[in-house]
Every structure is written in C-alpha cells, then in structure tokens.
Design a protein around this ligand. Structure first.
Ligand SMILES: [Zn+2]
Length: 467
C-alpha cells in the first residue's frame, strides 16, 4: 500500500517539477509582479520552483529519471521545492513567538495564547471540511508560522525565502519533496501574516501539497483556497465580504475563459482572487455543475487526464448565463444552490383552453413554468397560496407587501440565453407579454435574503381566449 501511494506521489511530483516552459515563464513573470497594498485583501501572488544542488537541468529531466530511480529504489532524490507566495496586509500585535499544537497543525506564532488557540480551532474546522470534500485525510501535521509582527521574531527563526513576503505583510507556503529510500515525502510549511483568513488560505495550499503533491492550476488552486478560507459546512450562500461582492458586481466582467486561462488581471491582487473564487463558488454549489466539479478538481489535483473543457464544454452556454446571472446579483447571502437555473423543464406555447399550473416557492430563484409566451399575446393569470419573505414574517399573497414590494410575484422571460426585464403580472387578471420567451416566476425579495423565505404560491396561466 505504501509503495503504491509513494509511486503515485512520485509520478505526480515528477510532472509537477517538470512543468512546461509556459508555466515557468509565468512563474518568472509572477516573481516580478509588483506589490499592491492599496486594499486590505490579497495583494500579491508569486510562484517559484526551486531545485536542489543539481540545478535547473535536473528539474527538466526529473520526470524521466524518476522511473529509473524507482526501479533501482535506492537513490535519494535531492530536495525539490516549490514556493507559493501570497501577500496581504496585516495588523501588528505584540508577543514573543511560541509553539502551539493541535491534531493537524504545529503553529509557531507571536499571537497571544488565546488568539493562537482560537486560530488553531478554525484551522482544524477548515481542514476537516476540505479533507472531507476532497475525501483524502491529512497525512501529516502541517507546520505554519503566523506572524503578527516580524519585530517579535529572532533573527534566523523564519525561512529567509518567506521573509520578503512577510516583510511586505504577505504570506507564503513552501512545499518540498524528498525522496528517502523508496518513498517520496512531501512537506509543506506555510507562513502568513495574522490577518483576515490568510492562515486558512495558506493551510489549504499546504494540505493540497501534502495530500496531492500539487494545488492544481492557478484558477483552481486560488479559487479553492479562498473557498476553504470562507467555508461553512453545508453553506451554499455567499460568505465573501461585501467589498468583494460589490467589486465583482460592478467592475468590468471577466469571462469564464479569462479566469480559467489566467487572464483575470494583476497577479496576486485580491481582485484577481475574487474572480477565481466566484467561479469556484458557482461551480461547487450550483446544482447544475456541482456534481462534476469535485471529480474535475480531483482530476486536476491527481493529474489525471481531464480539463475544464472536457468536463463543462457541453454546458458552457448555460454556465455563462448562470455565471453572469450570479455576478449581476452577487451580494453576501446570495444562495447559488437555491438560484440554480432549471434547464430541464420543457417549455411549450399554450393551446386554447389549456391551463398551466406551476408551483412557485418563496425560497428559490426564478422557477420554470413550462409556458412559452409570445410577444403581444395576452394571458390569464390566477394565483393561490401565501408566502413569507422572512421567518415568522407576515403572510403575503402574490401582491406582496405594498410598501416594501417584497413578496410580489415577479416574472421574467428567457430567450436565447437573454433575460427580459422583470415584470409584475397581476395576482389575478391578465397580462400581455412584451417579449417572447420561456416564462419564469419568483417571489421578489433581496437576492441576499431569500433562504429564510417560506411558503409557495400556485400560479395558473392560460391563453386569454374569448369565452
Ligand atoms: Zn493561494
């Protein structure tokens, strides 16, 4: 068992260290990326590969060497290390560094004992969630340095490769592999400033390195590290802070292609990370894509043959629509799962005399009716039922709350992946379709606030033919 696992790890590391020229070019570019410390979030990302005393020639040939080394099984591989650097701003505290342990972490920090204990608890919770998600237990205690103020640390107490980023109020994860006898041992040490959720973000990288030998492509590595840092079990709502959701909603949109191909802006900027997080959050939680996202991630981490295009190529139009729908409305509390689009219901034009009934639940996004409306045609509508737009709130009909307009029955039509402007059909009466398309209803409420809604309304739609 051990040999088998070691062999797999060796294979993965072989390909990790022999990344093609394009990746190495990118890494060189990343190393000179200027700092952006204008905002409190992520401000720099750097990625380097380092080689041992055998130098860069060793790096490009290790993939081929590994097999023969494995066959001989008696050669020690020299150190190979990769370096991931992440930066952020930090607050200073004042405390001599001390060591704290939990089941999965060894933390050296100048935070107070209470702060360190609280952070270890958060890290353990997060590690439990991510290792459950990837279904690979953490294999070794992860070392992490959490720095409140570098002045508190004696000279030589921190790896010099981490100093630059820590001095710039940033973070770094160093990961290396050693071949000892017949086993490849991966070790990861993370260094982070004691600010926001950087220690959690770095810990995701450290876990991925030790569990898989890689963190996957950057969009996935950073998107998932951001997800890990904000993860709450069973939570499909957006937990990102408002400054990030405002940025994503208001700024010039990056496409899915931009994100997966690394064209999301300045390397290391929290803005860049926000795009990656947004895509990962959508794919991990939207009911149309979640089931395929985990296997895709596993394939990326274990270097099996799979890609974003292979997994989602057939669904790209739907995904682009939902991605834009999500980002047009993103705010803390937006529930990606509840707002998953229904692509399965078949829509038809109503024949004379036909009445279409559909259930509209208050705690979901737009819901398919199965009715295709035609611009200029008039339809009869009737509603039955009540809902609430907050827990234990007032019961409302489809006319909603007259003051706040919450709880109103809201309609849109969808045609060729384009949504109409929302409109309010009457609770009872007739409405004329302004645009042709598939008809969807929802209970109007703030997009960040629908999950506590209760109740449902049955909506009947029929052609307004002369009786
Ligand atoms: Zn990262």
């Amino acid at each position: 068992m051990e040999r088998c696992a070691a062999g797999k790890a060796r294979k993965r590391l072989g390909s990790l260290w022999t990344a093609p020229g394009r990746d190495n070019d990118e890494m060189r570019r990343l190393r000179v990326a200027p700092l952006d410390t204008t905002r409190g979030g992520w401000s720099l990302f750097q990625l380097q590969y380092r080689t041992g005393s055998t130098g860069s020639a060793f790096r490009v040939s290790v993939g081929r060497m590994n097999q023969s080394l494995a066959d001989r099984g008696n050669v020690m591989l020299r150190t190979i290390a990769s370096v991931m650097l992440l930066c952020c701003s930090a607050n200073a505290f004042g405390q001599q560094p001390a060591e704290y342990r939990s089941k999965n972490f060894l933390m050296r920090t100048d935070l107070s004992k209470d702060q360190a204990t609280a952070l270890l608890e958060k890290l353990e919770t997060m590690l439990g969630l991510i290792s459950k998600y990837w279904a690979v237990p953490n294999r070794q205690r992860l070392e992490c340095y959490v720095v409140a103020d570098l002045k508190n640390w004696p000279a030589n107490s921190i790896d010099p490769r981490a100093l630059e980023s820590l001095q710039a109020k940033s973070g770094v994860t160093l990961a290396g592999a050693k071949r000892l006898r017949n086993q490849t041992v991966v070790r990861a040490i993370s260094y982070s400033t004691a600010h926001k959720t950087i220690a959690q973000h770095e810990a995701v990288h450290a876990y991925c390195y030790t569990a898989f030998g890689t963190c996957g492509p950057q969009w996935y590595a950073e998107g998932m590290a951001e997800m890990g840092a904000m993860w709450i079990e069973g939570e499909t709502r957006v937990t990102a802070p408002r400054y990030r959701t405002e940025f994503l909603r208001r700024s010039e949109r990056k496409s899915i292609k931009d994100i997966t191909q690394g064209q999301t802006g300045k390397i290391g900027s929290w803005r860049t990370y926000s795009w990656r997080w947004a895509l990962c959050h959508l794919l991990a939680n939207n009911k149309n894509y979640a089931q395929r996202f985990r296997p895709l991630g596993m394939a990326l981490l274990t270097r099996k043959r799979d890609s974003f295009g292979n997994t989602y190529g057939k669904y790209l139009k739907e995904m682009e629509f939902e991605y834009n729908f999500f980002l047009d409305r993103i705010q803390p509390g937006f529930d990606v799962a509840a707002c998953s689009w229904d692509w399965n219901t078949r829509f038809r034009k109503l024949k004379p005399g036909k009445v279409n009934k559909s259930i509209v639940r208050a705690n979901l996004g737009f819901q398919a009716t199965g009715v295709e409306v035609v611009a200029g045609e008039t339809y009869k509508i009737a509603t039955d039922g009540k809902w609430r737009v907050e827990k234990d709130g007032a019961q409302l009909t489809a006319t909603g709350d007259k003051t706040s307009k919450r709880g109103v029955l809201e309609a849109v039509t969808l045609s060729k992946y384009q949504l109409s402007k929302p409109f309010e059909p009457p609770a009872s009466g007739t409405f004329t379709a302004k645009e042709s398309g598939d008809l969807y209803f929802r209970c109007r409420d703030s997009w960040g606030n629908i999950t506590d809604n209760e109740g449902q309304i049955i909506v009947s739609v029929s052609p307004n033919t002369a009786d």
